[in-house]
Design a protein around this ligand. Structure first.
Ligand SMILES: Nc1ncnc2c1ncn2[C@@H]1O[C@H](COP(=O)(O)OP(=O)(O)OP(=O)(O)O)[C@@H](O)[C@H]1O
Length: 290
């Protein structure tokens, strides 16, 4: 491997359990530098610093939020992303088929097999795997960090149950080719998986130059359970039966607007509010895969 590697490590990943893996990582990687993120946003700053120092293979050691910060530090430079999955769910690592063990993930990085994948954006902020407008972003916003730390992914279910009783927002989506759609909750996928090994977007490919959208007209517990079960079974869905409940689309770019401010999440972290423009640069991001 000819590249100059720098590792960006997030001790707060996996509900702060990742911090216990730092010494193991030091032993494993020898004299490869490890920069420890000190606060939310610092992984992005440390990535920018590393690139300025001449490192051209930046390894995100953390979960999806850490990867998101690292790629946002690339700023259009020709660098390669490596991943050591140390997060709670690690959806992007699952999508790439990366091994979960630290040792195997590091061995994969040293082998240096590179894949070029699409690099999506929401306004000026990049993401790698998924985004959401409406329910899931609000859930992330409202579920307290301490509850997440204690209960893990289960904590979100309580917030979902609470939010389903509230009035649902009204989203207007304008696709690149001009057609308009409306609904209350939008899920966006660069790859197939969302929230775990659930193929919510069975037709999505990381390198097809398109974003996949799933727009729910109205969300209820029945609708959520139905689609979750289907995605769990590998994306078995019935086009006819889904009509009215959900609209699926694929597009290179689209705009989401709403009368009220609706929250937006990127790669599982709260990002901001509507309006938001989504776009995708085809095969722009280089990432190491098995
Ligand atoms: N030193 C730090 N202290 C607190 N938070 C941090 C620190 N460094 C980074 N963060 C934040 O930690 C959050 C969680 O990180 P990450 O998403 O990587 O882990 P995770 O939630 O366990 O994984 P996943 O999203 O794959 O389930 C990110 O939003 C990131 O901004």
């Amino acid at each position: 491997m000819q590249n100059k590697i720098c590792i960006i490590f997030n001790p707060a990943a996996r509900g702060e359990k990742a911090k216990h893996l730092l010494s193991k990582l030091y032993t494993l990687v020898g004299d490869v530098p490890i920069k420890v993120s000190q606060y939310p946003g610092d992984a992005e700053a440390k990535t920018e610093w590393a690139i300025e120092q001449g490192y051209d293979l930046i390894v995100a050691a953390g979960g999806d939020g850490t990867i998101n910060e690292v790629v946002n530090g690339f700023n259009g430079r020709e660098v390669i992303l490596g991943v050591i999955p140390l997060g709670t769910i690690n959806v992007f690592a699952m999508e790439l088929g990366l091994p979960r063990s630290i040792e195997k993930a590091w061995a994969t990085i040293l082998q240096g097999n590179i894949r070029a994948i699409d690099f999506p954006k929401a306004n000026d902020q990049h993401f790698v795997q998924l985004a959401g407008v409406g329910l899931d972003a609000k859930v992330l916003q409202l579920t307290h960090w301490n509850v997440r730390k204690t209960l893990g992914p289960l904590s979100y279910l309580f917030t979902v149950a609470y939010l389903l009783k509230e009035t649902q927002p009204s989203l207007q989506i304008t696709l690149e080719e001009g057609s308009r759609l409306s609904g209350s909750f939008l899920l966006i996928g660069n790859g197939r998986y969302y929230g775990g090994p659930f193929a919510v977007f069975p037709k999505a490919r990381l390198d097809d130059g398109l974003l996949d959208g799933y727009l729910f007209s109205r969300v209820s517990s029945t609708v959520l359970i139905k689609y979750w079960l289907r995605s769990f079974m590998g994306g078995l869905y019935d086009e006819e039966e889904s009509e009215g409940e959900v609209i699926r689309f694929q597009s290179r770019s689209f705009v989401v607007q709403s009368k009220e401010e609706v929250p937006v999440e990127l790669d599982g972290d709260f990002y901001g509010h509507t309006p938001v423009s989504f776009s995708c640069e085809p095969q722009k991001l280089k990432v190491i895969v098995p």
